[in-house]
Design a protein around this ligand. Structure first.
Ligand code: 0RA
Length: 643
């Protein structure tokens, strides 16, 4: 490119920088599907959280507007204003139009975070058809505007103020994203997580697309997340609706730090279930692939429980030690480490690599937990008793699994309509609710690579059943056999018979229920399927809108409204509502939901599964209150209504 005007090389690079983001958005935000779209919000929110972590902000407001614009406000220092000394560019413009410029100007101490989201607000700007920013700083109120990363309005001062803040509104670009539909629950749970992890911030989430459920307070739906207890509240939240061990109503909490290189916090509370929910975070990023903080924690907890059991005569000399999984059975735990220079590794960059954190975590647990146990003998004994019980049934379960596995290896379930190809990378298993939908799916499928497994009836209520019972249910057994990976410790991703396990249920309450149960099943028995990205949810259409001889399929109520509004008033049209998969003929089912070229599949994440797991225990656990709350909350939600 010629350098004929006053702009230097650097500035040309600037333009190319954001062009690169638009050309290959996946490199910066992972995908242009729903996940990438939501990433835009998290990116801006993270900047506000960074301000809070650095001690400059305590409030973040996130608003989703009716036109799908998103506004994020934080009362931090505000993006710097004025000419940037080195580049002579307006700093605000620099931050919004130069890749990675976000963290470079704060000097030391700024940006404790980073990792996944730290790509900077310029990426959000590049991928928005429009973005406006309002900064309060240095006594003034300043605004700027952009379109697709290019400045459309230079900086302007529009007022005076003593406050400091940043407010960014953006409209995700329909040229970039496949769909622009924000999911309320996904965003709410991410914001809640942020508030748990940073106890000094208040996050106010307003969704103008939804209305407040309070009669005396009409208006948009507003939720406030603020937790004085931080990760202690997080653990209580994870255990909501579950029975915690006697004497443990207050979670165990301890913390340790290593100079200014990092600090680590733990909150833990055991419940009476058989599975573990340990959520490990590094600089607010959910490290789903684990890492050194988790390894140190696991070593520490196993040692502390074995030492306690031995020194208190609960474990005989001849007996083997309890295994780590025994110690952590029924544990809900949140680990949060904040460190100056996090190293993120692994396939999805969600594995903490800093080696010094392993020893820090282990010694923190060994000291913190053993101190707690000496001071609280009653809950301590309950915890160890439970772990010993786990150890004793573990052998029995293993034997049971062995016999099951031998049977499974010899024959595939009769109900499975398998595909003819054998390459798991190419093949898909549709897990279909009910025999009749299963029948249509069998007719509709492309049998070379699509297998169909109809599930009869509801899958067993895993929450209340013990591990023996749920695994001996025929439905679960059939599913395990068809998938081929084995479960629990035996899980082997390389044995997966399909790299897509697609849950296809009706768009009604029962369908949602079965989907949730299936997600819980994967979460608890085959989390590896989710971690490998092998689990998907099919999206059958809700409506067929026909105008004259033309028709199209519609997947949400919002889109239906919009499509109808587009029609001229005198136009005649018919709407067919699909209450279940069974109402579609095989051709329609293929065209809308199974044909790779047309369908939309949602890839399930560990966070989705965690949410499902929470819903299951709320709905089906032993306690009644959370179930009531859930039903009341979703009673107005059209997606759950079976009209
Ligand atoms: C660059 C430097 C500084 C702060 C920010 C950017 C900043 C960015 C965003 C985005 C949303 N909210 C934000 N708040 C701050 C450091 C400023 C200083 O040193 O005063």
């Amino acid at each position: 490119m010629a350098e004929k005007n006053s702009y230097g090389k650097e500035d040309i690079q600037v333009l190319e920088g954001l062009e690169a983001v638009r050309k290959r958005p996946g490199m910066y935000i992972g995908s242009t599907g729903p996940r990438g779209l939501h990433h835009l919000i998290y990116e801006v929110v993270d900047n506000g959280v960074d301000e809070a972590m650095a001690g400059f902000a305590d409030k973040i407001e996130v608003t989703i507007h009716k036109d799908n614009a998103v506004t994020v406000f934080d009362n931090g220092r505000g993006i710097p204003i004025g000419k940037h000394p080195k580049t002579k560019m307006e700093t605000l413009e620099l931050v919004l139009t130069v890749l990675h410029a976000g963290g470079k100007f704060g000097g030391e101490g700024y940006k404790v975070s980073g990792g996944l989201h730290g790509v900077g607000v310029s990426v959000v700007n590049a991928l928005s058809s429009r973005l406006t920013v309002e900064v309060c700083r240095d006594g003034g109120v300043f605004t700027m505007e952009f379109a697709r990363g290019k400045t459309t309005q230079k900086i302007q001062q529009i007022g005076r103020t003593k406050k400091t803040s940043t407010k960014i509104s953006f409209w995700a670009d329909p040229e970039i994203f496949e769909t622009i539909v924000y999911d309320h629950d996904t965003i709410a749970s991410r914001l809640r997580e942020m508030a748990f992890l940073n106890k000094n911030i208040k996050i106010i989430f307003t969704d103008e697309r939804m209305s407040s459920e309070e009669k005396d307070n009409p208006g948009p739906l507003v939720e406030t997340f603020q937790y004085a207890g931080g990760i202690v509240d997080f653990v209580k939240y994870v255990n909501e609706g579950k029975n915690v061990l006697a004497g443990l109503s207050k979670p165990i909490y301890f913390t340790a730090s290593q100079g200014d290189a990092g600090e680590i916090e733990f909150a833990m509370q055991w419940n009476d279930t058989h599975y573990e929910t340990t959520l490990a975070f590094a600089n607010n990023i959910h490290t789903t692939e684990g890492g050194t903080h988790l390894e140190g924690f696991k070593n520490g907890i196993t040692r502390v429980l074995n030492d306690y059991a031995r020194s208190h005569g609960m474990l005989k000399e001849k007996e083997d030690n309890m295994a780590g999984e025994d110690a952590r059975s029924g544990l809900a735990c949140v680990i949060s480490v904040k460190l100056r220079e996090p190293q993120f590794e692994g396939q999805t960059k969600t594995k903490l690599g800093n080696t010094e954190i392993r020893a820090l975590a282990q010694s923190a647990v060994m000291q913190g937990l053993s101190e707690y146990m000496e001071e609280h003998p009653n809950p301590a004994r309950e915890i160890v008793k439970k772990a010993l019980e786990e150890k004793r049934v573990r052998e029995a379960v293993r034997k049971y699994k062995d016999t099951q596995r031998k049977q499974r290896e010899t024959s595939l379930p009769g109900k499975l309509a398998d595909c003819s190809l054998r390459d798991p990378e190419l093949t898909e298993l549709y897990i279909v609710e009910g025999d009749s939908a299963g029948g249509s799916a069998k007719q509709a499928r492309e049998r070379s690579f699509q297998a169909i497994l109809p599930l009869r009836g509801k899958i067993l209520n895993i929450e209340r059943a013990n591990i023996h019972r749920s695994l001996s249910s025929e439905t679960i057994n059939t599913l395990i056999t068809a998938l081929g990976t084995g479960i629990g410790d035996d899980f082997a991703a390389e044995k997966a018979r399909y790299h897509k396990a697609i849950i296809m249920t009706d768009a009604d309450v029962d369908g949602a229920h079965i989907r949730t149960l299936l997600l819980t099943f994967f979460f608890r028995f085959m989390p590896g399927m989710i971690e490998h990205g092998y689990v998907y949810i099919a999206q059958p259409p809700l409506y067929r809108l026909a105008v004259g001889r033309k028709h199209n399929y519609i997947y949400s109520d919002d889109v239906l409204k919009k499509e109808i509004a587009k029609l001229l008033p005198e136009t005649k049209y018919t709407i067919q509502r699909y209450k279940g998969l069974g109402e579609m003929d095989p051709e329609q089912l293929w065209e809308t939901t199974m044909e790779p070229a047309n369908r939309t599949l949602l890839q399930v994440t560990m966070d989705d599964a965690l949410l499902a797991d929470k819903v299951v225990s709320d709905l089906m656990g032993d306690q009644v209150e959370p179930r009531k709350e859930f039903i009341q909350r979703h009673a107005k939600d059209v997606r759950f209504l079976d009209i």
